[in-house]
Design a protein around this ligand. Sequence first.
Ligand code: SF4
Length: 471
Amino acid sequence: MRECCGVFGVYDYKGKNVIFNIYLGLMTLHHRGQESAGISLYEKSGIKTGKVYGLVNEKLLANMKKYKSTAGIGHVRYSTAGNSTLYNAQPISNRSLSIAHNGNLVNNIQLRRQLTKAGSKLRTKSDSELILALLTKERESTGDLFEAIRNSVNELEGAFSLVLLTNDGKVVAIRDPYGFRPLCEGEAGNIMAFSSESIALDINNIDLSRDIQPGEMVIVDENGVQRKRYASYTRRAHCMFEYVYFSRADSIIDGRSVYRVRYKLGVNLAKTYKTDADVIIPVPDTSRTAAEGLSHESGIPVAEGLIKNRYVQRTFIMPEQKQRDGAVKIKLNPLKTVLSDKKVLLVDDSIVRGTTLKNIVHMIRKAGAREVHVRITCPPIISPCFYGIDIATHDELIAAYKKNEEIRKSITSDTLSYQKIDGLIDAIGIPREDLCLGCLMDQYPTSKAQELSDRLKNKSRKKRVRYWEDD
Ligand code: SF4
């Protein structure tokens, strides 16, 4: 199982119950995962964990609010393969710790072997459980939380933004040395909280104070806050896709407003390509902000030409292909009043398989558009992600095996233009060397990921599998 997930953790110094903070936080992070949700709370008698399949709901809240805990963590999850069962949902807990993880480990197969050989009893296929097992083993042998974390996380390769709850009531936030996935902290009076995105702090009226630094851990308990570096600086590799697609536009990630980045992506598209159309139509929701920027720069009006059914999950994060195909039609309806007899400039954030966009172009033509020109705010995705976004094989990526003109024909648009890499970097405003661009350039910040990509690419298409199944 591999996840694109959201995590939240909170500690209340004045002893107030934190369950509502976690509940609100998880509700706000559901765009990062909708298959399951879970909460772990600190109790003197032991860590209590509750999970639900689907969205966080009142039943989970009702089950957990009896504990009146002052420390807790939560998780929303999306699995990309296999059974999306409650058994694999997070947080994953044992007597010593509970863990909520966002990201993917790249060396999970080796770690699993190593832990099994050393006698660890693993119950799930999740790489998050490997982290839990390592941490628990180290905590038992060192008796010191900081030492245990430092020894354990230095054995991990890949992406991990973690929140932990210990059986003595500490809440801990840890970010991997590259800072692939976001993780921030905030404070409000007696409360300290950690979150994948700042919006989950906003909803709790907690002020965003800082981002957890790559290679840093923050431990909070009744004695206050301790911030420690566990890894020496290597290089940062913030995921560009968090800005382009995954995070919510109202989040601030590593000091950048996701809204401003997306707006600039639109501006840069308008500056790079000649833009001539009657109307700009964004594919809702993530492309809306870029369409505003494109409209501002080009002077072409932007309009809502696709109306979204808000009660359908994002197609990209639905696990089955059949579900995805059906969901496009259920999710979007073209507005004839806006589209009829128009030369349309359609803006989308990315092309993965190309099937969704093809259906949308078809819909827009059927609604009467004369021409459909497509602009993509992200450069072509040509290689898998090994760090926690569900782009698992080259075969799932149309740009991995088709040229621009072939993709245009496949999606049946009149033209197709992608953002240039320089336009993307300029919009994000983080130096190229501090970004992960692995899936765009097939050049990964960690050696094991590069090795995996090279190995998978060189296999015949029939033998290509998801990397965690490739032993
Ligand atoms: S490979 Fe792509 S999606 Fe994955 S972390 Fe890097 S930039 Fe993000």
